[in-house]
Design a protein around this ligand. Structure first.
Ligand code: HEC
Length: 200
């Protein structure tokens, strides 16, 4: 009896060990700002230490009829995402794109007549690349990405409800602007604004 029980017990422990590792692998955060239990996305705490990919400037005509810059969108990502994209021409699983929205003011400076500078935070749009189709039941994950918008007063809790309504209509023009050889789900990104991704 003893001689059978021992190998059986051993086999059981080994299997449990393997399962444990597999489970840990599944739960391991694939991106720094994703809750692996719920799929909830937050604004990564140290995003502002990451490199910027590019800046979009928004102008409008003010009450006096002058064109002014009133908003900037600054896009950040992890250094590893840039390295990966430059080599493989696609976004890696776990790539995080943070778009920081800033109010801006314009003034005449020694460099030009209408020079804008960022002032206060207006909000954040965050995307997380997911090549594995995780969080299938969440309305904030799909088409290869996790999608969320944040007000500046709560960087942990998104105000987005459904990416298909909140995000996709506005990102559809990106599909035609993307490089033709880009991977399908990468085409949702407005990469034309990020010089570091340009092919030489
Ligand atoms: C009003 C249209 C509009 C909506 C709504 C919108 N986007 Fe965008 N998004 C854009 C445009 C246009 C850009 C690039 C130019 C800019 O920011 O002005 C962009 C850029 C981004 C970027 C930077 C990466 C890129 O694609 O270039 C992120 C991140 C982003 N959006 C996330 C989101 C998320 C998440 C949602 C939904 C919660 C969303 N956006 C909803 C139009 C929109």
């Amino acid at each position: 009896m003893k001689s059978i029980a021992m190998p059986l017990l051993l086999a059981l422990f080994v299997t449990m060990g393997i399962l444990d590792v597999a489970f840990a692998e599944e739960k391991k955060p694939f991106a720094p700002n994703v809750n692996m239990d719920t799929g909830a996305i937050s604004v990564p705490e140290d995003y502002y230490l990451w490199p910027t990919l590019g800046t979009w400037s928004h102008s409008k005509v003010d009450d006096e009829g002058a064109a002014v810059i009133h908003e900037y969108h600054v896009v950040y990502t992890q250094p590893a995402t840039i390295e990966y994209y430059k080599k493989k021409r696609r976004f890696p699983d776990g790539a995080v794109l943070v778009k920081e929205l800033l109010h801006a003011e314009s003034m005449s400076m020694t460099t030009g007549p209408v020079v804008g500078h960022g002032t206060t935070l207006k909000g954040f749009f965050v995307l997380v690349r997911d090549t594995k189709g995780r969080f299938k039941s969440s309305a904030l994950w799909g088409d290869g990405w996790g999608w969320s918008l944040f007000n500046p007063d709560d960087l942990k809790k998104t105000v987005s409800k459904n990416y298909k309504i909140d995000c996709i209509p506005c990102h559809t023009p990106a599909l035609d602007l993307a490089p033709r050889n880009a991977k399908k789900d990468d085409k949702w990104i407005y990469t034309l604004g990020y010089p570091v991704f340009r092919e030489k």
